[in-house]
Ligand binder design. Structure first.
Ligand code: ADP
Ligand code: GLC
Length: 468
């Protein structure tokens, strides 16, 4: 079975968040199953990975967008070191950028990617069994292969759409239809939602099956989906929930090259203590205190706007008997507020930016990881934390609810109810009790490390869906 994953991100080529981790791992684990051949197709970016690897040009063609003509080159990575074939689509002017997102013309950029991929596959007569589209950026593909005569060769190819984040739907004004490959005009209704072209809605309407990245989140989408509730209800028969896995080869405390001290389940308590000591020394924190951390995008979904209040309140209410470290970037007002607090409180360290190596160190060194998310389709941080023996403190929602059980009901994490600073800090007080209870932390470190979130299980679920 031949599967092409279409995505804007893929670890380690280009990563903004969890989408990259998923697309960099799922095909690798699928390829371990006999008879499966999974690859990744993504845009070309001006990134170190691209410059440090060799590629061969496998296609060179042209596409038209409105009155403009663009060159499309497809490059295949030569070494296959990722565990899957990697194809990069380069379109000078649109797909040759530094980063996946954040450009004023990104609707046109995403359209060009989808158009370029389908043009290449049709021209070279490459017909996969499954086109697996990730998020709205590739959501028009299921429509295009059925309704654009240019891609007739691909008609009937089965499509799966994965919703990593329903908050982003890619709405664009109808005049952007000029930038689409020519389509049968009478099918416009498949593109429309509430007067806009809505690529995520189109994906749900046109794909053969769609899934959210956890069961919990799929259930939530039926109730609350930024205006698409009735659509998901109507198309409910093809809706699935498949929880993400983690790449346990990349995320392994035993071999992780980013850690100061590697450790296994057997010496985890000691190993974590040593990592914590060196991290705390680096950031001027007292290593004897319990360490709470947050890693992520400073966005409303992640509850990042609550962080300043969480920091202030928790340090004041405990008279400074805990440490907090935050790694992330995003909304400027949150960055500024946190920066102010880090110069006020010696128990609080802040590192602004995106730092892959530091994230590994923090997962390994922390006692507790905070996730006060408002929306969390799956969440990978809690799984990385658990793999590194850290106790997750999570809001009971979406994928967090599916992966972290509270200690009071036999789990080894902490759940709390609402995305407020009060609830989060109350959960931190619970955490401190646990921390000071003799022997309990050792037990929790162990039981968290015993969880198996490997992709093997979830890859099997995707395969079942492809077969269906
Ligand atoms: P999302 O994709 O919504 O941001 P996930 O929990 O699925 O959330 O995945 C986030 C991924 O991005 C994890 O691999 C996490 O470690 C990583 N990450 C987030 N922010 C940073 C950062 N500032 N530096 C390094 N890694 C980060
Ligand atoms: C999105 C979601 C996150 C999920 C990730 C990978 O970014 O916000 O919860 O883990 O996609 O599926």
């Amino acid at each position: 079975m031949k599967i092409f994953n279409l995505s804007m991100e893929c670890y380690p080529v280009a990563k903004v968040g969890g989408l990259a981790d998923v697309v960099g791992a799922l095909p690798k684990y699928l390829n371990k199953i006999e008879g499966v051949e999974a690859s990744v197709i993504m845009p070309w970016y001006n990134k170190p990975f691209v410059h440090n690897h060799e590629f061969e040009v496998v296609f060179d063609g042209r596409i038209h967008q409105s009155v403009h003509m663009f060159q499309v080159q497809v490059m295949k990575e030569k070494s296959q070191s990722l565990g899957f074939d990697l194809y990069l689509v380069k379109i000078p002017g649109l797909l040759d950028r530094d980063n996946p997102y954040g450009y004023w013309d990104e609707s046109q950029q995403f359209l060009a990617f989808q158009h370029g991929v389908l043009h290449w596959l049709s021209a070279m007569q490459i017909r996969p069994d499954i086109l697996h589209c990730h998020d709205y950026h590739t959501g028009l593909v299921p429509f295009m292969i059925e309704n654009c005569p240019e891609f007739n060769f691909l008609k009937g190819v089965k499509t799966i759409g994965t919703i990593h984040n329903g908050e982003y739907q890619g709405q664009m004004r109808w005049d952007m239809a000029n930038y689409m490959p020519w389509f049968y005009g009478e099918q416009w209704g498949l593109l429309d939602w509430a007067g806009y072209i809505n690529p995520l809605a189109t994906m749900i309407k046109c794909c053969h099956a769609f899934n959210a990245v956890s069961d919990g989140y799929m259930h939530e989408l039926f109730q609350s989906f930024r205006g698409l509730e009735s659509l998901v209800q109507q198309e409910g028969a093809k809706a699935y929930g498949i929880i993400n896995g983690i790449d346990t080869e990349v995320w392994d405390p035993k071999t992780d090259a980013f850690l100061d001290f590697n450790f296994t389940k057997e010496n985890a308590f000691e190993g974590k203590r040593k990592n914590k000591k060196s991290l705390c020394e680096e950031y001027g924190l007292n290593p004897e205190l319990p360490l709470f951390s947050f890693i992520g995008r400073f966005a409303g979904e992640k509850g990042a706007d609550l962080l300043p209040e969480i920091v202030r309140k928790s340090i004041q209410e405990t008279n400074g008997s805990l440490n907090i470290i935050i790694l992330g970037s995003g909304e400027k007002y949150i960055e500024n507020h946190l920066a102010e607090l880090s110069s006020t409180f010696s128990n609080f360290a802040l590192d602004l930016g995106y730092k892959e190596h530091l994230s590994h160190k923090i997962y390994a060194s922390s006692d507790f990881l905070l996730m006060p998310s408002r929306v969390e389709p799956c969440g990978l941080n809690q799984m990385y934390a658990m793999r590194y023996g850290t106790v997750p403190i999570v809001r009971y929602i979406g994928g967090l609810r599916d992966t972290v059980e509270d200690i009071s009901t036999g789990g080894s994490g902490i759940n709390f109810g609402s995305a407020t600073a009060n609830d989060t800090v109350a959960a931190m007080h619970r955490a401190l009790h646990i921390y000071h209870e003799p022997g309990l932390m050792e037990k929790l470190v162990q039981s968290n490390m015993n969880f198996n979130f490997s992709w093997e299980n979830s890859a099997q679920k995707y395969l079942e869906l492809y077969k269906r």
